[in-house]
Design a protein around this ligand. Structure first.
Ligand code: P1T
Length: 416
């Protein structure tokens, strides 16, 4: 949906010092128009209709017109998949019943005896699937630090390695991995090894891994992409036609597909992705900077802070970041973190992230409880680590809430 800007518009853009956050441009426009041209359906509805039919009339037996049976394809799902692909600048997108449903379906591209190399700090559920379920199917996984020294990836690759799983920024420690460098090294070792990037924390708005060489991008659409905490869904995007054919077969053969109503909701959520992400980032950056100077805070992790160990990579690889902040309170005691969480009023204690409402959690006992304790300790996922998802409330209210909860957490304690 890109076009030449007229001279007056170019001037206006310059005057406002307007800069696009994303390379490739036009994401706001694509989110609103791609896959939902009114001419596609009778009546020219401006808002895509929800097609709830599970099955479609065949003019002759065995000769479906466009759709056959809704698990294999559905107009509402197709509309969403086209829109999603455009946002990631991908050729293809496929949707699934959850982020983990997407991951599980992709696992069927592997076979017993294959090997996965995963980044060490990965969403707890993904790690659990690799450690518990895939191991049972004879697929081995190695969890490696891809952040400190990307070139070390090579020594973890084996002739049986089929998949490299990168999550960047990671959940919950917000570590970054150099997608371009890792992908180049892996493909040099063996072009047939698939490299996937879980882009959930950054979204298609702030990071485009396919443009950096990755074979697949996965999103838990449950988070920022939908943005309203009312749908569980996942998707995988790719450019390679052969991978697309394999994965679309698995999508209908396995059947972990989303409902048309949920597809409609995610499509609606995408319309405001850009404005939401800008606000998430602006509020999160303000809160992160405030926390960084606070006497009760030991450490704040936010990729957009200069103090982030990979700030240079952040600037190179991403055009911004979402509302995710991780932090340690002074002393890193779980009791203090619990007191902090209990006193927060606007941040709801709950798993998940990326919705319009602010959330807070303790990864060690919530989202990442399934990570073996020793591995958690090695990574720094202590019992006191706090993860917050900054929502779209007035940032001044959020700051007041945080300040009041910090005062409460540190009141009546001997050290302060
Ligand atoms: O919840 P689901 O839609 O199945 O998505 C799984 C998933 C995949 N990738 C990342 C990076 C994720 O964070 C998640 C889900 N995460 C949470 C529920 C959470 O609170 O961290």
């Amino acid at each position: 949906m890109e076009g030449e800007l007229s001279a007056p518009l170019q001037k206006a853009d310059k005057d406002e010092e307007y800069q696009r956050e994303t390379p490739g441009t036009g994401i706001e426009t694509d989110a609103i128009h791609v896959g939902q041209e009114p001419e596609r359906w009778p009546g020219q509805a401006v808002v895509p209709p929800i097609s709830m039919a599970t099955t479609f009339k065949q003019l002759e037996p065995g000769k479906p017109v466009l759709y056959e049976y809704s698990r294999c394809g559905n107009p509402t799902r197709q509309c969403l998949e086209e829109c999603l692909a455009s946002l990631e600048k991908a050729k293809y997108a496929l949707t699934f019943s959850s982020g983990l449903g997407a991951t599980t379906t992709l696992m069927f591209m592997l076979k017993s005896g294959d090997h996965i190399v995963s980044i060490d700090d990965v969403y707890g559920g993904t790690g659990r699937l690799f450690r518990r379920c895939m191991a049972q199917m004879g697929v081995e996984s190695s969890f490696v630090d891809m952040s400190t020294d990307p070139s070390s990836i090579v020594k973890h690759l084996k002739p049986t390695t089929r998949l490299v799983w990168i999550e960047t920024p990671t959940n919950p420690l917000l570590k970054l991995a150099d997608i371009k460098e890792i992908t180049t090294l892996v493909h040099k070792y063996d072009p047939k090894i698939m490299v996937l990037v879980d882009n959930t924390f950054a979204t298609s708005f702030y990071q485009r891994p396919l443009e950096l060489g990755a074979d697949f991008v996965l999103h838990s659409l449950t988070k920022y992409m939908n943005g309203h905490s009312d749908v569980v869904m996942g998707c995988i995007m790719m450019n390679n036609e052969e991978y697309y054919k394999q994965l679309s077969f698995l999508q209908y053969a396995i059947g972990a597909v989303p409902s048309p109503f949920d597809c409609y909701l995610v499509n609606r959520g995408l319309k405001t992705l850009a404005v939401r992400m800008r606000q998430h980032m602006s509020s999160a950056l303000r809160i992160a900077k405030y926390l960084e100077k606070h006497k009760y805070i030991e450490r704040v992790i936010y990729p957009g802070l200069e103090s982030h160990p990979q700030y240079e990579l952040y600037k190179k690889q991403m055009s911004g970041f979402s509302g995710m902040i991780s932090l340690y309170l002074k002393g890193d005691e779980v009791e203090k973190s619990q007191r902090f969480l209990k006193h927060l009023k606007l941040f709801t204690t709950a798993e998940s992230l990326g919705g319009y409402e602010s959330l807070v959690e303790l990864p060690a006992i919530m989202t990442h409880a399934s990570v073996p304790e020793e591995h958690r300790r090695e990574l720094g996922i202590t019992d006191g680590l706090i993860r917050i998802s900054v929502g779209l409330e007035d940032v001044r209210d959020l700051l007041n809430d945080i300040e009041s909860a910090l005062q409460y957490a540190f009141s009546d304690t001997k050290n302060n």
